[in-house]
Ligand binder design. Structure first.
Ligand code: PLP
Length: 412
């Protein structure tokens, strides 16, 4: 049942969709230079553990202003490496946000430690430092803030707390490559910062990840951890003419290939242009949504520059006759590839079963989850794609928004 009439029938009701083809919520951007860089490596001697790994790590560290960068085969592997290097082990606790992809909390479990969730701030949906302080125990060893959607978490109070209590801060910046916090680049602030290079991210290597740090001891442990716990790499041995190596700790094969690193290096050259385009799209979206009833654009703190991995729109559900799912389906029918980020981690079956969560534990994150819809956001979106999204949101929400109670009172 529609409350307000609209001239355009919704596609979900058999009307004409806003666009003919599906616009995805995220998509990689690959150009001829990227392809050439990969082909060059395929013709070289080193497909993995070769010179492109060092080159990519050095260029990446310089970009984010960190002393060291250590490449991993995925963001998840990078998180595992960081949790190991922080010394997390059985009996320890690490505090993180429920408003993230499960990998952030899972890396704590990989180490046999316990992830403890703290609720998020209502505006940014980032870890609330006061909630972190409230969850501290004598077992807490680490805090893992996440820069949700590319908006940096409020790092200073978390770092201060960590300093006072001797905790390690592992920032999950999988969404925030290129973001700034108080004028400083993300990647240079926490004890370790983790990035992901999945294709929907700002820079892709297919699969891939990175940990940046200023601490030589962490960098050294991370390098061993990703290479079976072996103290030297194949190329070092080849160069020194020695066959000897020693496995000094238990590690994994979490190496990133030279093929992937060459792609990453090439993509890094376009990162600034990618960020500029994402910021333009976000500005256009937010200007349009501020004029629309019953939707809320993401808020941006005064002292940050977000990287806009995602654009999470919030619905004022009290103003709608329908649920988020109906609006989600209607937007998909208009060929707008919306998504939802995130189902709060503690509500996944694994976490419910393992820790007894049943919902209601983290009201801010859970309340936000019910209202969130991620709109398409990627570098390759053209201006008319952006306008299609705005048009579709206007069309769908106008069909289902209840009359403004203040306006109804005036009419009566
Ligand atoms: C916040 C967050 N952390 C970790 C990851 C895991 O990264 P990867 O997919 O590279 O393993 C993701 C990936 O989507 C993510 O969004």
């Amino acid at each position: 049942m529609r409350v307000t009439s609209t001239t355009q029938a919704l596609a979900v009701d058999g009307g004409c969709p806003v666009r003919k083809t599906m616009l995805p919520y995220g998509h990689q951007s690959i150009d001829e230079n990227d392809i050439q860089a990969v082909v060059d490596v395929l013709r070289s001697d080193w497909l993995t553990t070769g010179p492109k790994v060092d080159e990519f790590e050095e260029a990446f560290a310089a970009y984010v202003g960190a002393k060291y960068a250590v490449a991993f085969s995925s963001g998840t592997a990078a998180l595992h490496g960081a949790a190991f290097s922080a010394g997390l082990k059985g009996g320890d606790e690490a505090i993180t946000t429920p408003m993230t992809f499960a990998a952030t909390a899972n890396c704590v479990l990989y180490q046999g430690a316990r992830p403890v969730f703290a609720d998020v701030c209502a505006d940014t949906l980032n870890l609330d430092p006061e909630q972190v302080a409230a969850r501290l125990t004598s077992r807490t060893r680490a805090v893992l803030p996440v820069d949700y959607a590319g908006h940096p978490a409020d790092l200073d109070p978390i770092l201060e707390l960590a300093e006072r209590r001797g905790l390690i801060v592992i920032e999950d910046a999988s969404h925030a490559l290129g973001a700034e916090y108080k004028g400083r680049p993300i990647g240079s602030l926490a004890h370790m910062t983790v990035f992901s290079f999945h294709p929907v991210k700002h820079l892709t290597t297919g699969e891939g990840g990175m940990v940046t740090t200023d601490r030589a001891d962490f960098a050294e442990t991370l390098r061993k951890f990703r290479n079976h716990g072996i103290s030297s790499e194949a190329r070092q041995r080849q160069q020194s003419g020695s066959w000897r190596y020693d496995m000094v700790m238990l590690g994994f094969n979490y190496r990133l290939t030279d093929v992937a690193c060459a792609l990453g290096l090439s993509q890094l050259k376009r990162l600034d242009a990618n960020l500029t385009r994402r910021r333009e799209i976000a500005a256009r979206y937010s200007a349009a949504f501020r004029e629309m009833p019953a939707v809320l654009a993401p808020s941006v703190g005064p002292d940050v520059k977000p990287a806009w991995h995602l654009y999470p729109l919030r619905l004022d559900l009290a103003r709608f006759q329908v649920h988020r799912t109906d609006i989600f389906r209607a937007l998909r029918a208009e060929n707008i590839g919306v998504n939802v980020h995130y189902i709060p981690v503690h509500l996944h079956a694994y976490y419910r079963d393992a820790f007894g969560y049943h919902g209601g534990e983290y009201p801010v994150a859970e309340g936000a989850y019910d209202r969130l819809i991620s709109l398409p956001m990627f570098q390759g979106m053209r201006d008319d794609d952006v306008e299609d999204v705005i048009h579709a949101v206007a069309k769908v929400t106008a069909s289902w928004v209840k009359p403004d109670p203040a306006a109804v009172m005036k009419e009566n």
